[in-house]
Design a protein around this ligand. Structure first.
Ligand SMILES: *[C@@H]1O[C@H](CO)[C@@H](O)[C@H](O)[C@H]1NC(C)=O
Ligand SMILES: *[C@@H]1O[C@H](CO)[C@@H](O)[C@H](O)[C@H]1NC(C)=O
Ligand SMILES: *[C@@H]1O[C@H](CO)[C@@H](O)[C@H](O)[C@H]1NC(C)=O
Ligand SMILES: *[C@@H]1O[C@H](CO)[C@@H](O)[C@H](O)[C@H]1NC(C)=O
Ligand SMILES: *[C@@H]1O[C@H](CO)[C@@H](O)[C@H](O)[C@H]1NC(C)=O
Ligand SMILES: [Cu+2]
Length: 358
């Protein structure tokens, strides 16, 4: 040590200062990533108190009453804040399904929706619907607390005849041509806080102004795709590509086709977020992904793949999604970020967790 340094710092103090500098440097570095010390906890719908359930429902109704932010020139039909989210799903459907960003994109959408509910005074976290609690029988499914007429989202629609090749006059087949032999409904939401709820975008990929009711068409055998067997099968996947590709068809399909059948809103590949249940279904999708991630967290916080172009699993058209692939949710929140930014639900822009994992 030379004399000039010794002049300012006696040797002992110099060592101390080094120690302080080193110990400061570590937390400073960590601080550059926003800290998530108190994640909000997402819980299963039926485990919320009645008051909590009603406050969630009120917040959704608040979104339905707030004016849309999306410009009419982009989306002539978008009429309220709830439909800003519906619209961003409609316009991006073909980029974010059967593609690598399927799970990350929906994680971002759910986070944005959850924040918007909180801006409406909701104090909790986005609840999820664990379908595996309801697949044991058709009765269990029909009587799920999620469909409760007072403390839930209302039940099945009235019976409307028809099939995929011969729908009833004036009815739009939302299932994309899939026939649903054991469907049971098709009518508008018959009861509960969302009775006869009207959306103004859709069906299918239309963002024109088209008021129509939200429909349900319960189909027990399709709902069974969301069974615990299929969840366990997904959990057994050893890489994200297999996990994503398999489960988008199995338990993801179960929630959509089981509740939406042939005519229902949530069956619609584009306009499914027109049914408020969509967000509880997709919260459980996100929980399934997180459950899978936590089984080998260090590795799976970075494991992403799957085609950039939908259905291009053999990469004939383009490559795979990576951590640097951009995802976007607009216009309500207008977030553009990378897949990397949503890999960890307790880091980056996200700060939530689940009370239970699979
Ligand atoms: C799902 O399948 C099981 C086994 O076949 C059956 O017992 C059960 O009733 C089915 N559940 C529904 C909702 O149809
Ligand atoms: C659909 O309905 C039409 C008219 O009732 C019937 O002729 C046809 O066989 C049905 N198709 C299927 C696949 O059930
Ligand atoms: C839904 O929209 C897609 C994309 O424009 C189109 O290919 C498909 O034919 C539409 N489906 C129906 C039933 O109109
Ligand atoms: C894309 O990801 C899949 C797994 O999802 C993998 O099998 C395939 O090799 C990857 N393709 C490229 C070009 O990296
Ligand atoms: C969204 O944000 C981007 C910049 O991040 C901006 O260019 C764009 O105009 C914004 N869009 C809307 C609808 O606000
Ligand atoms: Cu979707």
């Amino acid at each position: 040590m030379n004399n000039s340094i010794r002049f300012f710092l006696p040797p002992m103090a110099f060592c101390l200062k080094l120690l302080i500098l080193v110990s400061l440097a570590l937390p400073l570095h960590a601080q550059s990533i926003p800290k998530c010390s108190k994640p909000i906890v997402r819980k299963e719908w039926r485990t919320l108190s009645v008051t909590e359930r009603l406050s969630y429902i009120s917040a959704v109704q608040c979104l339905l009453e707030k004016p849309a932010i999306t410009p009419k020139s982009d989306m002539p039909g978008a009429t309220n804040r709830f439909e800003d989210f519906l619209g961003t799903h409609i316009t991006q459907t073909e980029d974010v399904h059967f593609a690598g960003v399927f799970y990350p994109w929906h994680r971002l959408l759910l986070h944005a929706y959850e924040s918007e509910l909180q801006a409406c005074g909701y104090k909790g976290a986005q609840p999820y619907w664990d379908w595996t609690l309801d697949t044991s029988s058709p009765e269990a499914f029909f009587n799920s607390p999620i469909f409760d007429a007072k403390t839930g989202f209302g039940g099945n629609g009235d019976w409307i005849p028809g099939n995929s090749t011969h729908p009833m006059d004036g009815m739009f087949v939302t299932s994309g041509g899939i026939d649903i032999p054991d469907r049971t409904g098709g009518g508008c939401v018959p009861n509960g806080p969302f009775k006869d709820m009207v959306i103004h975008l859709g069906p299918n990929d239309s963002v024109a102004y088209n008021p129509h009711c939200v429909r349900r068409d319960f189909s027990p055998s399709f709902f069974n795709l969301s069974s615990m067997d299929n969840v366990q099968d997904g959990m057994a996947a050893t890489d994200f590509g297999t996990f994503g590709r398999t489960t988008e068809l199995t338990f993801h399909g179960g929630g959509h086709l089981g509740v939406g059948g042939l005519y229902g809103t949530i069956t619609d590949a584009y306009a499914s977020p027109g049914d408020p249940i969509f967000y509880l279904h997709h919260a459980n999708m996100d929980r399934a992904w997180w459950s899978w991630q936590t089984r080998d967290l260090k590795k799976r916080l970075e494991d992403i793949s799957g085609p950039l172009v939908r259905f291009d699993y053999d990469n004939k058209v383009a490559g795979n999604a990576t951590l640097d692939t951009l995802i976007h949710v607009g216009a309500t929140v207008n977030i553009t970020t990378t897949v990397r930014d949503v890999m960890n639900i307790k880091g980056g822009r996200l700060c939530y967790t689940y009370d239970k994992v699979y």
